[in-house]
Design a protein around this ligand. Structure first.
Ligand code: FAD
Length: 263
């Protein structure tokens, strides 16, 4: 089975204090530590497990600047067979539709049976997987938490539904699935794995290679424009706890005790 996993390089929320920039157009990106989007890591692990069961190849692909190569390499160190970086100055400022347009162009250059995305990334829109499926005219399932391969034409996918119940659906291949966290336990990436792929060639495809026109991607093609970026005012009755993590925890325990939440 030929599997392509779409991965995004995002600020690592465990390693950074995220702040809005001075003009309210984005977060402050200087000195941020980046990593692979958490959902995408689960998608790559799932793809590796499927390949190891039924054979085939796992390719990881990212749309981003030259720094996105580091997450492509990381997921190759995890076990993906190939990596591709989709990068071009004109891709900058793409909205979700622009990102999906770029990914679709790459997908059409290959012959894939299964495309995996994360359920959502840092911008939280959860839109790229669904848009990609619609553009390819392939079946789509979102928030997938279980995959069983029936044969080379069909796949069974599970989703959690209301009340913690589980639903299973059979789908035709090729298809696009957006993967929910918790579907598996992503493996640890050791230094040996990182070294093994350190000098592997990662092809970079830009607008020309992908046959894209500049009016459909980047800022020019964006149909959604971010108007403002801000930290919402605390709601009435909300209390912001400040201090070190330990101090915040102590205050939280005190509040929960005083309100009868814990004894
Ligand atoms: C400088 C800058 C300018 C921007 N301008 C705009 C704008 O004008 N309008 C606007 O709407 N948005 C804008 N964005 C947001 C950006 O385009 C979003 O990343 C995009 O909309 C995807 O949304 P998301 O992160 O919510 O992805 P989701 O749809 O939540 O992601 C779901 C999954 O899609 C896949 N995916 C998402 N992004 C990528 C990627 N880059 N490469 C590979 N796979 C991916 C991953 O598998 C991911 O788990 C801008 C971002 C930047 C940094």
């Amino acid at each position: 089975m030929e599997i392509l996993v779409c991965i995004k390089r995002v600020p690592d929320t465990a390693e950074n204090e995220i702040e809005v920039n001075r003009d309210g157009t984005d977060i402050e990106r200087d000195d941020l530590v980046y990593s692979v989007n958490e959902w995408d890591n689960y998608a790559v692990e799932e793809a590796i497990q499927i390949r190891d069961k039924v054979g085939g190849n796992v390719t990881v692909v990212s749309v981003g600047d030259e720094n996105a190569e580091e997450v492509v390499r990381r997921e190759m160190a995890m076990g993906a067979d190939q990596g591709i970086l989709l990068s071009d100055d004109v891709f900058e400022g793409s909205d979700g539709k622009g990102v999906a347009t770029i990914l679709k162009a790459e997908i059409e250059k290959g012959k894939y049976d299964l495309i995996l995305t994360g359920a959502q990334a840092d911008d939280g829109a959860g839109q790229v997987g669904g848009m990609l499926a619609a553009m390819l005219d392939w079946p789509f399932a979102s928030l997938v938490n279980k995959i069983e391969i029936s044969d080379d034409k069909k796949i069974s996918v599970g989703r959690e539904i209301a009340g913690g119940n589980q639903e299973m659906n059979e789908m035709d291949l090729p298809c696009v699935l957006s993967i929910q966290t918790g579907i598996n336990e992503p493996r640890y990436v050791g230094i040996r794995g990182i070294r093994k792929v350190a000098s592997v060639d990662i092809p970079v495809h830009g607008m020309g290679e992908l046959g894209l026109s500049p009016d459909r991607i980047g800022k020019a093609g964006a149909k959604v424009n971010c108007l403002d970026y801000f930290v919402p005012d605390p709601g009435e009755g909300a209390e912001m706890l400040e201090g070190s993590t330990d101090e915040i925890l102590d205050k939280l325990v005190e509040i929960l005790k005083s309100k009868g939440g814990i004894k």
